[in-house]
Design a protein around this ligand. Structure first.
Ligand SMILES: CCCCCCCC/C=C\CCCCCCCC(=O)OC[C@H](COP(=O)(O)O[C@@H]1[C@H](O)[C@H](OP(=O)(O)O)[C@@H](O)[C@H](O)[C@H]1O)OC(=O)CCCCCCC/C=C\CCCCCCCC
Ligand SMILES: Nc1ccn([C@@H]2O[C@H](COP(=O)(O)O)[C@@H](O)[C@H]2O)c(=O)n1
Ligand SMILES: [Mg+2]
Ligand SMILES: [Mg+2]
Length: 218
């Protein structure tokens, strides 16, 4: 949903910045790499220690690089298969760092096996959700479904809740409950999305085989 409705807005906002980076001689690949490194640093340096506010600020500064790199590639007329591969692969790395950092917190100082398990479920299900699309497309299916909770939703729900929960350390009462609620929501939404995508791939695979089999299938 966000990918559909918010992308156009962020493209307009980020285009001048992307153009500036191009004028400075920065490449889209460099933005992809630095952005991922920044997200990983923010997640793994702050989240395992329960420093949700500063971790989220650092991650937010870098996560938008994922919209800037593609924007730069398109402005340069240099969108490439390599760039698409690098972008998607490093998305998985960044997501692993975010949810891995949170899982480390709950396994340690956060002291909650249940929330540690929910966070690991968010990590694993998010990766599998993305894999369903990549694998479906690699076997020649259109995978005409995005589903309830795509990557943008997973990130926005988790990061907004994480940033707000971090305000508890500055004395704001009650906000610490937002992160557990968000993690349960992302876990449930990812499960629904996984089912939506698997059902779609199953239907598309059956249709493709029926079409290939011609008369036999009918
Ligand atoms: C005092 C309060 C302190 C709190 C401060 C912090 C608040 C932090 C708030 C928000 C930060 C949210 C940032 C989230 C930005 C997400 C941007 C992003 O990376 O989107 C990526 C997404 C997909 O891009 P790709 O096409 O490159 O990726 C594909 C995708 O990964 C596929 O995965 P799948 O979906 O299948 O699981 C893969 O299959 C594919 O391989 C891969 O290529 O880009 C978009 O979707 C574009 C839309 C982005 C929309 C961003 C919206 C941000 C909106 C709101 C921010 C709200 C801020 C409010 C703060 C309020 C706090 C008080
Ligand atoms: N280093 C890169 C990164 C991305 N691309 C191209 O952009 C597409 C992704 O666009 P986003 O707006 O989601 O970042 C990707 O599929 C590539 O075509 C690139 O060429 N090089
Ligand atoms: Mg990108
Ligand atoms: Mg990306």
């Amino acid at each position: 949903m966000l990918n559909k409705y918010a992308r156009a807005f962020f493209t307009r906002v980020l285009t001048p910045f992307a153009a500036l980076l191009i004028r400075l001689g920065v490449s889209p690949d460099a933005v992809t790499l630095v952005g991922t490194g920044g997200v990983m640093a923010g997640a793994l340096a702050f989240y395992p220690r329960g420093e949700f506010f500063w971790g989220t600020i650092v991650i937010t500064l870098f996560v938008f690089s994922d919209l800037v790199d593609g924007n730069m590639a398109r402005q340069l007329g240099r969108s490439s298969r390599w760039g698409a591969f690098l972008d998607s692969t490093l998305d998985r790395v960044a997501d692993a760092a975010i949810f891995g950092g949170l899982a480390l917190w709950y396994a340690g100082g956060g002291n909650s096996q249940v929330l540690c398990a929910v966070t690991i479920f968010c990590l694993a299900s998010g990766q599998v959700v993305s894999y369903t699309k990549a694998r479906g497309e690699s076997i020649g299916l259109p995978v005409n479904v995005n589903g309830l909770v795509e990557r943008a939703e997973r990130l926005v729900i988790s990061l907004v809740a994480c940033g707000l929960s971090g305000l508890h350390a500055f004395g704001v009462p009650g906000v610490q409950h937002l992160l557990p609620i968000a993690l349960w929501a992302v876990a449930a939404g990812s499960l629904v999305t996984l089912i939506q995508r698997v059902v779609t791939v199953r239907r598309e695979a059956a249709e493709a085989e029926a079409a290939a089999g011609g008369g036999d299938a009918g």
